[in-house]
Design a protein around this ligand. Structure first.
Ligand SMILES: [Zn+2]
Length: 246
């Protein structure tokens, strides 16, 4: 049986990055194991061209694998390509992609931190998010002070912003006023992507930990069996990657 945590993690990944039709196909393969495209189409009451198109996308993304099945001794089994999920490969692919996304989100956050976000209303001196972290803060208002003339800095309104950014900023401002935490205003929305990805990477670490635990159980069981004390061996070993009945 596939470990529950792997199934849950796969569902989270599909829901985060894929549209509903991909989710439907992926979940059908999780439930039913290896299947021909036509069988999948039948199960889901969809046209086979439709399922084929979706499954091609999933195989191109390496989330679903395919295997060529030959008709063995006329056993009534259909020839052709069967599709299945190799959870081992699935986790590897997802890990690689999340790491790549993490790097990208991090560098875009770095870029953002270098943009000009504060300006001095008196002398016109400008500061990026990164620079301003080293400025003095007015202990009464909690606002940054200009290095040149000690005036309170204001946010740079000349910067081009999308309406979305503006909305987020308003929310952030409210929050920061409540907590008195001026430093985080601009960083918050750049962090969103990074936070989502870090959270997924944390979930993946937990999945890895549980898989490791399963393999340790297997080893312990084998050790007990070598010693001839079968009854005391942990009996709960199951291949964490195996779909039941396949
Ligand atoms: Zn100034």
């Amino acid at each position: 049986m596939v470990l529950a945590c792997i199934v849950q993690f796969a569902q989270v990944i599909l829901r985060t990055f894929y549209d509903p039709e991909c989710i439907v196909i992926f979940e059908a393969l999780m439930r039913h194991g290896r299947k021909h495209n036509e069988d999948l189409a039948n199960i889901l009451h969809l046209k086979s061209q439709q399922t084929k198109r979706i499954i091609t996308r999933l195989t191109e993304d390496h989330l679903v694998n395919q295997i060529m099945v030959k008709n063995e001794r006329g056993a009534g089994k259909k020839e052709g390509i069967e599709y299945f999920i190799d959870f081992h490969e699935f986790l590897d692919v997802v890990r690689q992609r999340l790491n790549m996304m993490y790097d990208m989100a991090e560098s875009s956050q770095m870029k953002k931190s270098k943009e000009i976000v504060y300006v001095c209303p008196r002398c016109g001196e400008k500061y990026s998010e990164l620079e301003v972290q080293f400025n003095e803060i007015d202990p009464q208002t909690n606002l940054f002070l200009c290095n040149e003339c000690h005036s309170q800095l204001i946010e740079d309104e000349t910067e081009q912003k999308t309406p979305d950014d503006k909305n987020l900023e308003t929310d952030d401002k409210k929050q920061s006023q409540n907590t008195g935490d001026q430093n985080n205003i601009q960083q918050k929305h750049a962090l969103t992507d990074l936070e989502i990805i870090s959270d997924l990477l944390e979930q993946l670490d937990e999945v890895d930990r549980q898989i490791k635990e399963q393999f340790q159980l297997k080893e312990e069981k084998a050790q007990y069996e070598i010693g001839g004390v079968k009854t005391q061996g942990p009996d709960s070993w199951k291949d964490p990657f195996e779909i039941e009945g396949h």
